[in-house]
Design a protein around this ligand. Structure first.
Ligand code: AMP
Length: 117
């Protein structure tokens, strides 16, 4: 799938749509999900244009991969979740119900999360 530059997260990165930023650096932007599915629900997106997990793993250079995963950890630390824990989710493709075609990690936390799937 080719990257759609008009997806909602691309608009957030271009500051055309507001977001509640949690953490930002050269590689990622992390912000609160608009429709939280847990007490704490954050999204971490790379600043590069990648549709989903497999696009990112296959095409991103090593420094962007490092930057993305370090950015997820920095977000976890900013939210002070290292002790209490959290769940990371990457919805990928049609069967997952992925809605936004820009790679994003969901961080779900702040409560007992119940069934794993
Ligand atoms: P997914 O289903 O994995 O593609 O997740 C997309 C997520 O983006 C959903 O949890 C939505 O609630 C969230 N979302 C959609 N639009 C916005 C927005 N403008 N700001 C923050 N989160 C959003």
């Amino acid at each position: 799938m080719s990257y759609d530059i008009n997806n909602v997260f691309a608009k957030i990165l271009r500051k055309e749509i507001p977001n509640k930023t949690i953490y930002e650096d050269d590689f990622v932007l992390a912000f609160y999900d608009l429709y939280p599915k847990a007490k704490i629900h954050a999204l971490v997106i790379p600043k590069g244009q990648y549709v989903d997990f497999q696009d990112f793993i296959q095409h991103a250079p090593a420094n962007e991969k490092d930057g993305f995963f370090n950015g997820i950890l920095a977000t976890v630390r900013t939210l002070q979740l290292e002790e209490s824990g959290y769940r990371l989710v990457f919805n990928t493709g049609r069967d997952s119900g992925q809605e936004v075609p820009h790679l994003h990690a969901h961080i779900l936390a702040g409560q007992k999360l119940g069934d794993k799937l």
